[in-house]
Design a protein around this ligand. Structure first.
Ligand code: ATP
Ligand code: SKM
Ligand code: MG
Length: 160
């Protein structure tokens, strides 16, 4: 959450003249409600079902850059679809940086807790190995601005 998927995904799509999709946005468009509302009314498992449907559809499109939700890789089937149908980039950002970036955004139900840094560190510990296992490219992102990160991403993609 807050790693830069939307910012860099949009830039990448523009650069390669492709279409940008965001699976969280697709779910909101289809349901007509926000992600916190889906979590509140239906619970996380139901959100994960909707997310898998969106990932299955979106990974079958051609010429797209797709930003996934932060928890998309938790399901094995999603990981398979992503890896087999596309080039997967893991934007690796430390939890201390992520929590600063997401501090004033209330659109993430999992971070609405007393200690968001602790929660982010727990998510990072669980998910970092899964992101690495799912991705073809790992991009280490620090506190540099997104133009620098984008250049690093293009370089990594051209090597692959
Ligand atoms: N190097 C960087 N690369 C990308 N984004 C950056 C960078 N540095 C700072 N940011 C900022 O981080 C914030 C989060 O970026 P963004 O919304 O693209 O993340 P995201 O992964 O799409 O988050 P979400 O979990 O909401 O989908 C933005 O305000 C963006 O400008
Ligand atoms: O990290 C997560 O599990 C999530 C990240 C967001 O992109 C949303 O998909 C949702 O808030 C859950
Ligand atoms: Mg985003």
């Amino acid at each position: 959450m807050g790693a830069g998927k939307t910012t860099l995904g949009r830039q990448l799509a523009e650069h390669f003249q492709q279409t940008f999709h965001d699976s969280d946005q697709t779910i909101c468009d289809k349901t007509g409600v926000s992600i916190p509302t889906i979590f509140e009314l239906e619970g996380e498992q139901s959100f994960r079902e909707r997310e898998s449907c969106a990932i299955n559809e979106l990974t079958q499109l051609s010429n797209v850059v797709l930003a996934t939700g932060g928890g998309t890789v938790l399901r094995e089937q999603n990981r398979i679809w992503l890896r087999e149908r596309g080039i997967v980039v893991y934007l690796h950002v430390l939890p201390e940086i992520l929590v600063e970036r997401t501090r004033y955004d209330f659109n993430r139900p999992l971070l609405q807790v007393d200690n968001p840094l602790k929660k982010m560190q727990q998510l990072y510990a669980t998910r970092d190995p899964i992101y690495r296992q799912t991705s073809h490219i790992v991009l280490d992102v620090g506190t540099e601005n997104h133009y620098i990160t984008f250049k690093k991403l293009l370089a990594k993609l051209s090597e692959s």
